[in-house]
Design a protein around this ligand. Structure first.
Ligand code: FES
Ligand code: FES
Length: 171
């Protein structure tokens, strides 16, 4: 193989400097290229809303938005996220007002322990951004990557319906 034709840039294995756009701000971090986005958010940036539960892409507790898509942060390398827009639960609310989806989860009492809740809310946001009026089946599919060990599903589905109503009123 003629290596001079290869455009790949090798980074690491030692820690590298990265700039990540998180919740609208450029954040500087220094992580080994093998570091997951979840570790980077929680350990380097102290953004602990994304939870580590399974750490292997099964439960959705670590869900964040990347360029508007719901993504498992435990299955994503931080180094892959340069130049992309990352939103965590900490970036959803305004300074003085909850986001309508957060408001809907509270109004419908859609949580028990709350450990899955930030992931559920961000999965709901990705769904409602692409489909503002989902059917009940579409809601079930939209949050199907997010498990709730407390079994709060009926209220989570209701919360997403309520959030769609609240978002409609804001338009
Ligand atoms: S902690 Fe990432 S999917 Fe479970
Ligand atoms: S509210 Fe406890 S895991 Fe969902």
């Amino acid at each position: 193989m003629n290596r001079s034709r290869c455009n790949l840039t090798v980074r690491g294995p030692a820690a590298v400097d990265l700039t990540l756009e998180v919740n609208g701000l450029d954040r500087q971090v220094r992580m080994e290229p093998r570091a997951t986005l979840l570790d980077t958010l929680r350990v380097q940036l102290a953004l602990t809303g994304a939870k580590r539960v399974c750490d292997r892409g099964e439960c959705g507790a670590c869900t964040v938005l990347i360029d508007g898509e719901a993504v498992y942060a435990c299955m994503t390398l931080a180094v892959e996220c340069e130049g992309r827009s990352i939103v965590t639960i900490e970036g959803l609310a305004g300074e003085e007002k909850l986001h309508p989806i957060q408001q809907a989860f509270i109004e419908t009492d859609a949580l028990q322990c709350g450990f899955c809740t930030s992931g559920q809310i961000l999965a709901a946001k990705a769904l409602l951004d692409r489909n503002p009026h989902p059917t009940s089946d579409e809601i079930r599919r939209g949050v199907s990557g997010n498990l709730c060990r407390c079994g709060t599903y009926p209220k989570i589905f209701r919360a997403v319906e309520r959030a769609a109503d609240l978002l409609d009123r804001e338009r």
